[in-house]
Design a protein around this ligand. Sequence first.
Ligand SMILES: Nc1ncnc2c1ncn2[C@@H]1O[C@H](COP(=O)(O)OP(=O)(O)OP(=O)(O)O)[C@@H](O)[C@H]1O
Length: 400
Amino acid sequence: MATKVVGSYPHSLKSLSSPLYLLKFNPSFSSGFVSFPSTRNQPRKSLVVRSVAAPAEAASGFDEMVSGTQRKYYMLGGKGGVGKTSCAASLAVKFANNGHPTLVVSTDPAHSLSDSFAQDLTGGTLIPVEGPYSPLFALEINPEKAREEFRSAGQKSGGTGIKDFMDGMGLGVLADQLGELKLGELLDTPPPGLDEAIAISKACFRVMQFLESQEYNMFTRIVFDTAPTGHTLRLLSLPDFLDASIGKILKLRQKIASATSAIKSVFGQEDSHREDAADKLERLRERMIKVRELFRDTSSTEFVIVTIPTVMAISESSRLCASLKKESVPVKRLIVNQVIPPSASDCKFCAMKRKDQMRSLNMIQSDPELSSLMVIQAPLVDVEIRGVPALQFLGDIVWK
Ligand SMILES: Nc1ncnc2c1ncn2[C@@H]1O[C@H](COP(=O)(O)OP(=O)(O)OP(=O)(O)O)[C@@H](O)[C@H]1O
């Protein structure tokens, strides 16, 4: 049964310090209250909910998602504005409330995790989210910043670094002879799209860095709030792209290394060949391969597509699903968010809108990509979903 929010809830996360929540339903009126316990600073408040007929009762298979202490990754993605952040944040809260130390990560340049949790989570570091029973941390990664870092690194220590070094060693001629590898072009002016690809991948690698470190071993559930479809698809196609672009640089690096070591051995010079752009790219590529493997591991990873019941959103979801399958990324759930619940007092607009939504929902059944997925309908609620209590409320509707 879906629920319609008609009251207000406390926005202060402090009010959730106690684990007691009461949901009282009065079946005869189909209405109820979610009571939030009082705290030192705040009196008890109630979220008044009125249940309405659900668009469709569908289980999300949350039991399977929550079972086991082995680490699992859930990536939520889809078209812009469909509710990825709300669904990701509500899933993270639900995992944490079910005993999993959880990390929720946003790789969307237009972060809305802070807005969703009603807490400042900016700054690129792990920040504890107050409220859930088990630890919940959030991390907002800024791919734009990563892009800038790459651009300046590529220009300073990358292309010019290597060229200066070669000139200094009197190897300018050799560089010319390696012309077909387009050293300058590759290092000073990366191929179009490379910087963006690096930025997106670096965002994920930042996460990998966090995950590789001991300190973050505690997390048994990691939820990604991904950027809209385009970014996600570019990320998935990165390995091939980087093989083509960076492979050349790496090959070149090997040639330079062997040429310079021959000269160095003659002149007995110190090896000043520190981290150059190629080294960085190589490490980036190695990490990217790890991310690629992670994306495809059916035992630990799942991509959940979030959509809304419109022809445009469902068509895009179908394309996303096809791309995910092509890349062997495990995908089995589709959340159709913001479905207008049926209501006794139907306005003309709502009736039309609902009909329109039903047509879109029917598209899913006949869509060759989406029809095999587990479809989870989430109702459109009439208040903005902000703060842990509201996310818990949404999570209890969606993740059953
Ligand atoms: N089921 C729902 N009922 C009512 N409002 C919702 C629902 N789901 C999401 N919203 C609202 O829609 C808006 C967009 O949601 P959200 O930020 O989760 O989407 P998004 O897909 O992450 O967006 P973006 O692509 O911009 O990151 C928010 O104001 C959110 O509160």
